[in-house]
Design a binder for this molecule. Structure first.
Ligand code: GA4
Length: 321
């Protein structure tokens, strides 16, 4: 059964304040329809019955908590893959610590040797997780292409399946923060990871059972995403917005901290190879819907991304006049 991305209020231009849910075990054409609608309206959806084993998920969660639970001096050994509070290179900060690595066998092997006393085991767990979420991302992208009526249904997934794909894996840890205002009467929620969109094609995110993720709807309203550790959450990234010629929206999102429990999320960012030219397939461009963006390579886009601040919108730099 597929739970549709309901939109009873669309005529008034208001979207329901709950995220669309896709039952991935449903009938393929129906799944495709629901995914396309969710990506057009929210750029975000939740996937249930995704087929990824609980064991694969649990081992990565365990490894993540094991690492973040270590003393700071031991974690710093993993720098530059390990970072605390600094996000990117232009002064963005958040109440977060993280591990950020290339989603390649070599990077996983390297980080495993650096941070674990049982590197083989850690490497096995992280590799199995990365392979599983990569496959889920590719299957989602293939169903999407079908739903969009793109004849080459591998047009998006091929970029992630490519051996030179620039995909990354990120483990984010948000420790609880007790932060009271001056008169100590109320609590202030602090930003863990500030508002931004993901630059890549598609993000596959999972967290433990602690809330904090919020997404921004096209009308500017922020809605909290109810945590569901058995599900995966999918973000449309900037590159997919370009490859659908603006039909899908890359979702702006942020993570807030809380005062009572650690939140840990694991995100796989599916990206093209650096030399790949990003351009919408021809069916996405029509006289009624002319090409919104000029062709550019992922390397160019990545360079622009890293020269800007976290919350900046980079896509406008690549718009056709
Ligand atoms: C946001 C999505 C991914 O986490 C990330 C981030 C990257 C980083 O942490 O190095 C960036 C951020 C992200 C976008 C703007 C730049 C680059 C931090 C930053 C300020 C790994 C990515 O690809 O882009």
């Amino acid at each position: 059964m597929v739970l549709a991305a309901r939109n009873p209020m669309k005529s008034e231009g208001i979207l329901p304040r709950e995220v669309p849910v896709v039952d991935f075990s449903g009938e393929r054409a129906e799944v495709a329809k629901v995914i396309v609608k969710a990506c057009e309206e929210y750029g975000f959806f939740k996937v249930i019955n995704h087929g990824i084993s609980k064991e694969v998920i649990a081992k990565t969660e365990e490894a993540g908590f094991g690492f973040f639970g270590k003393p700071m001096l031991e974690k710093k050994v993993a720098a530059p893959a390990y970072g605390c509070k600094n996000i990117g290179v232009n002064g963005d900060m958040g109440e977060v610590e993280y591990l950020l690595l290339s989603a390649t066998t070599d990077s996983i092997a390297h980080i495993s040797k650096t941070i674990s006393t049982d590197p083989l085991n850690l490497r096995k767990s992280l590799s199995a997780y990365t392979e599983a979420v990569k496959e889920l991302a590719c299957e989602i992208l293939e169903v999407m292409a079908e739903g969009l009526g793109v004849p080459d249904t591998w047009v998006f997934s091929r970029l992630i399946r490519d051996g030179e794909s620039d995909s990354v894996l990120r483990l984010n840890h948000y420790p609880p923060i007790i932060n009271r205002d001056k008169d100590k009467s109320s609590q202030i929620t602090k930003v863990g990871f500030g508002e931004h969109s993901d630059p890549q094609i598609l993000t596959i995110l999972r967290s433990n059972d602690v809330g904090g993720l919020q997404i921004s709807l096209p009308d500017g309203v922020w809605i909290p995403v109810t945590p569901d550790p058995s599900a995966f959450y999918v973000n449309v990234g900037d590159v997919l917005q370009v490859m659908t010629n603006g039909r899908f929206v890359s979702v702006r999102h942020r993570a807030m901290t809380n005062s009572y429990k650690c939140r840990m999320s694991v995100a796989y960012f599916g990206a093209p190879p650096l030399h790949q030219t990003i351009v919408a397939p021809s069916v996405m461009v029509t006289p009624q819907r002319p090409s919104l963006f000029r062709p550019f390579t992922w390397a160019e886009y990545k360079k622009a991304t890293y020269s800007l601040r976290l919350g900046d919108t980079r896509l406008q730099l690549f718009r056709n006049c």
